[in-house]
Design a binder for this molecule. Sequence first.
Ligand code: ATP
Length: 217
Amino acid sequence: MAHFTVIGLGRFGITASLELIYLGHTVTGVDSDEKLAEQYAEELTQTIICDATDERALKELNLINSDAVLVAIGEDMQASLLCTLHLKNLGVQELWVKANTSAHHTILSKLGVSRIIHPEEDMGVRVAQALNYPMVNDYLSIGHGYYVVEVHIADKLSGLTVAELLGDNLRIVETLLVKREQELFTKPDTQFTLRGKDIALFCGTRAVLKNLAPRLV
Ligand code: ATP
């Protein structure tokens, strides 16, 4: 169990906070809006009303006890940057900050923020990918152009082996896992027979996975 502090309880901040609580962690939610702090006082471990641009007020939060601090103030770039600067001065190491614009991103990266998040863009890409490849339920970028995609095997593909499904892509796409109801088949070999409703995880470059997509419908 870890402890997190989330500054800014707008839609993004509160969604992240509640998910962390659900995952078994403790979360301190911070917002300058008294109503929001009161509203989520029961659901989060604690909520604190605080202007995050005030360094002295931030100091009193003892943020050094948090495993990570997430700054989820998006719209007010000045407030986000001031808050980030103070958190850096207070020695917060694991600092994740939401950025709304590329200027915001550039300054945050100059401030040495551990992770800069673009939720709208990330979600936009995810939605476009899902619309484009409806059989791809989710995907994860693992860097250097490689992705892991979660594919729901269509009923009409039932009975194909991994080799038959991947065709020419067999050597360049890695089949990591097949989940069949409660059962997991890790690194299935090329002769593993797929069934409809299996969930498969494939890994490859974006171009290769794109090439594979028509074979999955
Ligand atoms: P979302 O899309 O997640 O709703 P947003 O990008 O519109 O958020 P904002 O509305 O700027 O982001 O801020 C999110 C939250 O941060 C709000 O609840 C707001 O009250 C809080 N907030 C803004 N400025 C400060 C500040 N200086 N100190 C503490 N909280 C702040």
